[in-house]
Design a protein around this ligand. Structure first.
Ligand code: COA
Length: 260
C-alpha cells in the first residue's frame, strides 16, 4: 500500500514505519494520523511481522506535534472529535500486541511526545527533545498524554512538563525514565533494529502475551491484573514454543521456536 506521509520498510521480522513530512518536522496532520491508523491495522494482522519501529524522517524531528495549522481550525465539537480520534489511533498502537519501539530522533513535542508514549519502548538520539508545549497554544495534551506521561514518570514531573510547556533533552528524559537508552544519532536505528531482532528471536506467543499482560496494568486492580497474568501464563503453557523452550534448556541446546 502507498502512503503519502509514511514510509514503511520491512527488515526481517521488523516493520520500520517512518513519518515522512520533514519540511513540517513530521507534524501529525489528519492524513498522517489516518495513514498511521491504516498501517498499524495492517501490521496488527501481518503474521510475518513480530516487532515495529516507529521513527521520523530527517535528522531534526521525530514528530513536532499535531499540525498547528489544522489545530487552529478547531471548535469545541471538532476539538472533541480530534482528540478522540487521536486517542483511537494511539490506542491501536499501544494495543497492537506486538512490541512497538519508538526511535526518537529529534523533537518529540506535543502529539509527538504522546506518540512515543503510546509505544512500548522508547530509545532516543542525543539530540532528542521532549515536551508537552500545548499550554503555549491554549490547549492541553489530547492524545492520551495527560494519562500516559503521568503513569510513566512521577506525577509532579509530568505536571511540571504539562503546565510549563518546557522541553527537556535526551539525558534528562533518560534520568526521569521517559526513555530507556540514549545513543548518538547515527547509531539510533541500528540500536533499534538490534533490540527488535533480539525480541524477534524469542518465543513470539510469549512476547505477545507479555505485552498484553503489561499493558493491562493501568486498567485494572493488582488482583485483577494477577488473574489476567495467570490466564496469559496458562496460554503460554499451551504453546509448542513453551515445550520447545523448556526442552531445549534441559537438553542444553538453543531453542528452535516455531512461533506457535
Ligand atoms: N505543526 C505545523 N507545522 C509545524 C509544526 C507543527 N506542530 N512544528 C513545526 N512546523 C513547521 C514550521 O511551521 C516550519 O514550517 P515552514 O518552514 O513552512 O514555516 C517547519 O515546520 C520548520 O519549523 P521551524 O519552527 O522553522 O523550526 P525551528 O527549528 O525554528 O523550531 C520547533 C523547531 C520544534 C521548536 C518549532 O517548530 C515548534 O515550536 N514547533 C511547534 C511545537 C508544538 O507546539 N507542538 C505541539 C503542537 S500540539
Amino acid at each position: 500500500m502507498n502512503y503519502q506521509n509514511l514510509i514503511v520498510e520491512f527488515k526481517a521480522k521488523t516493520a520500520v514505519v517512518t513519518i515522512n513530512r520533514p519540511d513540517k518536522l513530521n507534524a501529525l496532520n489528519k492524513l498522517t494520523m489516518e495513514e498511521l491508523y491504516s498501517v498499524f491495522s495492517m501490521l496488527k494482522n501481518d503474521g510475518n511481522i513480530y516487532v515495529v519501529i516507529l521513527t521520523g524522517a530527517g535528522e531534526k524531528a521525530f514528530v513536532a506535534g499535531a499540525d498547528i495549522s489544522e489545530l487552529n481550525q478547531l471548535d469545541m465539537i471538532a476539538g472533541r472529535e480530534f482528540s478522540e480520534r487521536g486517542q483511537q489511533v494511539f490506542n491501536l498502537i499501544e494495543n497492537l500486541d506486538k512490541p512497538v519501539i519508538a526511535a526518537v530522533n529529534g523533537f518529540a513535542l506535543g502529539g509527538g511526545c504522546e506518540l512515543s508514549l503510546a509505544c512500548h519502548i522508547r530509545i532516543a538520539s542525543q539530540n532528542a527533545k521532549f515536551g508537552q508545549p500545548e499550554v503555549n497554544l491554549g490547549i492541553i495534551p489530547g492524545y492520551g498524554g495527560t494519562q500516559r506521561l503521568t503513569r510513566l514518570i512521577n506525577s509532579g514531573r509530568a505536571m511540571e512538563l504539562i503546565l510549563t510547556g518546557d522541553m527537556i533533552d535526551a539525558n534528562e528524559a533518560l534520568r526521569i525514565g521517559l526513555v530507556n537508552h540514549v545513543y548518538p544519532q547515527n547509531e539510533l536505528m541500528d540500536k533499534a533494529l538490534e533490540m527488535a531482532n533480539k525480541i524477534s528471536s524469542k518465543a513470539v506467543p510469549a512476547v505477545r502475551l507479555a505485552v498484553k499482560s503489561v499493558n493491562i496494568v493501568d486498567e485494572v486492580s493488582s488482583k485483577e491484573g494477577q488473574l489476567y497474568e495467570a490466564a496469559m501464563f496458562a496460554l503460554c503453557c499451551g504453546t509448542e514454543d513453551f515445550k520447545e523452550g523448556t526442552k531445549a534448556f534441559l537438553e542444553k541446546r538453543k531453542p528452535e521456536f516455531k512461533n506457535k
